[in-house]
Design a protein around this ligand. Structure first.
Ligand SMILES: [Zn+2]
Length: 91
């Protein structure tokens, strides 16, 4: 379900796609404590997202920041498609 709109999450857990949408906020510390808990809760259950977050964390450590410059739109689209692929494989 995509109950998420404009930074507020509905009840229930994050999907991989939700996570991809808010990951930059996570690294910028812009998530609310509640959203952050959901984000981290998803990571405990999702190996693919954990790997992605680890990769991005390295990028953040190298560049010192995360944002539009470190995640070009094309890469972002690729990531979202990768998430879709993972989801399809798991079902
Ligand atoms: Zn996931």
């Amino acid at each position: 379900m995509s109950a998420w709109a404009g930074g507020e999450f509905g009840p229930g857990e994050l999907t991989c796609r939700d996570l991809a949408e808010i990951i930059t906020d996570y690294f910028e510390g812009a998530l609310t404590p509640n959203d952050r808990l959901r984000f981290e809760g998803h990571l405990t259950e999702c190996e693919n997202c954990t790997r992605y977050v680890d990769q991005l964390r390295v990028t953040v450590e190298v560049t010192g920041r995360v944002g539009e410059e470190s995640i070009p739109p094309a890469v972002r689209v690729e990531l979202l498609e990768a998430f879709r692929g993972w989801a399809a494989k798991e079902r």
